[in-house]
Every structure is written in structure tokens, then in C-alpha cells.
Design a protein. Structure first.
Length: 321
């Protein structure tokens, strides 16, 4: 009688965060056993509470800047642990740098010890305030290392360098995804990013705060599309960085007006001073993802926003905002 083949084991650091929790869901649907590591500094157990009782899912509260010990086999490590919004990394600058450096080192050490594949969640912020547009993976970036945003930008740039060092020196099978602006349910209402900020303000009919003149551009990808792209990258043979995001570009002011219209709000738009080193443009060139991964986003911005706004409306009705 043949034995049933054991499921592959995936470790997701930062697995109770917005992106990490959606990745855990996707991996479970793909048949993986999933071990979620999170110290809950910005994560939320509410994002994974629906997985309680799932025999293929395990949550361990752990700070990944400390040594990671896990018994048994591990097939792939997804390193998603990091504060990821301006509010978080401006309040937690040292923790942001530590998880980018020490956390990446410890997660890579786990992958090396287990002979596992490793995928780093990097960011479009490695491009800084870009001087080329749209941003291609070959662009080295324009980052102010001593500015207030530098703690996040440089943490991720260092993390990418360490991943490639482990790949070249120790032969670890690595992947790097550069994630562009992403949105969807489970975002924190007050994390400082434009989707939750504009959505909550519109739902409360409070002034919608746009920084600068609103002409800076962003490109927004729905979370299910992003996770599908990340999973495709994890199954590919590409060791170099790959952009994953939605290339549909619009100004921040247009985006505020769109959310206000979808909510049906009459909230006024107020302009505030632009933060230091805020990027003027942000749009991914996803040619590489299309050609190597056969991936591109499929969810429309409007449909994704409707689902996200519904999520925030539910939180508001429950008195959680």
C-alpha cells in the first residue's frame, strides 16, 4: 500500500499581517502546510483567526530577529515580516531596520539549514523617488539613506543584498519580489496608506486628506492578484528581482475622487503638506512578470475598491474604527 505524499511545508514570517495572512490562505488552498511566524508588532491575529483549527496551519508568536528553530522539514520560506506603512516605520524605525537586516539573516539561515527555497518580500520603495518611469527591475533607485523614509527603503535594499549574497555564497535557491502598492480587506484602518485613509474618511464623511497637490501618481494592485503573482514567482526559476503590481497609473487626487464616488460620500478634499521624500511617481513595469511568470493583474481597480470599502464599512458598523 503506497504512502500518501506529505504536503510541502511553507514558513511565512509576518504571516498575520495584511499581505502575509492572504498568502497563508493561498498556500493552504494550494495544499501546503503553513507555519506562520509573527511577533504581532504590526500584525493582527484577527487576520488569521479563521484558520484556527485548520490542521495544516500553525501560528507561532516569534520575533524573527531572534534565532528561528523549527523541527521537521521546511520546503520554502516566505519572508514577509516588516512594518510596511509610513505610519509604522516612522514610529518603529529601529525595529524596521532590524527586521530587514537581522530578520532576513535569521530567515535565510532557516532556509539554508532546511535546504528550502527562500522568497523575500521586497518593495517598490527600493526605487526611492525614481528618476525613470515606469520602474524596471534594472533601475538602481534614487533613495535618501538618511531621510525619515530611509529606514524602510534601506532595510529592504539591504535585505535584497543579503538574499543575493546567500544565493551566490551558499547556493540558497532565492526569489525576490518587489511589491508595488497593494490594497484589499484586512488592511489596518489607520495605517497611513491612502486606501484605508481615504476609504475611512469617505465612509465617515470626514475631509479626505490629500498630501501635496495630489498630482503625484500611484498604481494599485488588488491583494488576490498580488498573491497570485508572488506564488507564481515562488514556483519559477527566476532568482533576480521581479516587480509585481498593477501598472494602471492615476494621480492621488483622482484616486481620492474615485473612492469618494464609490462610497457615495460628499466629503470635501483637503490638501496637506507633502511628506519628506514622498515619491512623485510610482508605476511598475511588469514586462518581466508577464514574460517569465505568465502573470498579470485581472481584478479591476473599481471592483477591488468596492470589496475593500465593504470591509471597512463592516468594521465601522461594528464600532472597530
Amino acid at each position: 500500500m503506497s504512502k500518501t505524499k506529505a504536503a510541502q511545508v511553507a514558513v511565512v514570517t509576518g504571516g498575520s499581517g495584511f499581505l502575509g495572512s492572504h498568502l497563508c490562505d493561498h498556500l493552504l488552498r494550494e495544499g501546503f502546510e503553513v507555519i506562520c511566524l509573527d511577533n504581532l508588532i504590526t500584525g493582527n491575529v484577527a487576520n488569521i483567526e479563521h484558520l484556527a483549527g485548520n490542521e495544516r496551519f500553525r501560528f507561532i508568536k516569534h520575533d524573527v530577529t531572534e534565532y528561528i528553530y523549527l523541527p521537521g522539514p521546511v520546503d520554502i520560506v516566505f519572508h514577509f515580516a516588516s512594518p510596511a506603512s509610513p505610519v509604522d516605520y516612522l514610529q518603529l524605525p529601529i525595529q524596521t531596520l532590524k527586521v530587514g537586516a537581522l530578520g532576513t539573516h535569521k530567515a535565510l539561515g532557516l532556509a539554508r539549514a532546511k535546504g528550502a527555497r527562500f522568497l523575500l518580500a521586497s518593495t517598490s520603495e527600493v526605487y526611492g523617488d525614481p528618476l525613470i518611469h515606469p520602474q524596471q527591475e534594472s533601475y538602481w533607485g534614487n533613495v535618501n539613506p538618511i531621510g525619515p523614509r530611509g529606514v524602510y527603503d534601506e532595510a529592504k535594499r539591504f535585505a535584497e543584498a543579503m538574499v543575493m549574497a546567500y544565493h551566490r555564497t551558499h547556493g540558497v535557491d532565492t526569489r525576490i519580489v518587489r511589491i508595488f502598492n497593494t490594497f484589499g480587506p484586512r488592511m489596518r484602518p489607520h495605517d497611513g496608506r491612502v486606501v484605508p485613509a481615504f476609504s475611512v474618511q469617505a465612509l465617515k464623511n470626514e475631509p479626505i486628506t490629500v498630501f501635496g497637490d495630489g498630482r503625484q501618481t500611484r498604481s494599485f494592485c488588488y491583494v488576490s492578484d498580488l498573491v497570485a503573482g508572488i506564488y507564481a514567482l515562488s514556483r519559477s526559476n527566476c532568482n533576480d528581482p521581479v516587480n509585481i503590481g498593477n501598472p494602471r497609473e492615476m494621480t492621488v487626487l483622482q484616486f481620492a475622487e474615485l473612492i469618494r464616488d464609490l462610497v457615495g460620500s460628499t466629503a470635501p478634499i483637503e490638501f496637506r503638506e507633502l511628506p519628506v521624500d514622498d515619491p512623485k511617481v510610482r508605476q511598475p513595469d511588469i514586462t518581466k512578470a508577464r514574460e517569465l511568470l505568465d502573470w498579470q493583474p485581472v481584478k479591476s481597480l473599481e471592483d477591488g475598491l468596492r470589496e475593500t470599502i465593504a470591509y471597512f464599512r463592516t468594521l465601522l458598523e461594528r464600532g472597530l474604527i
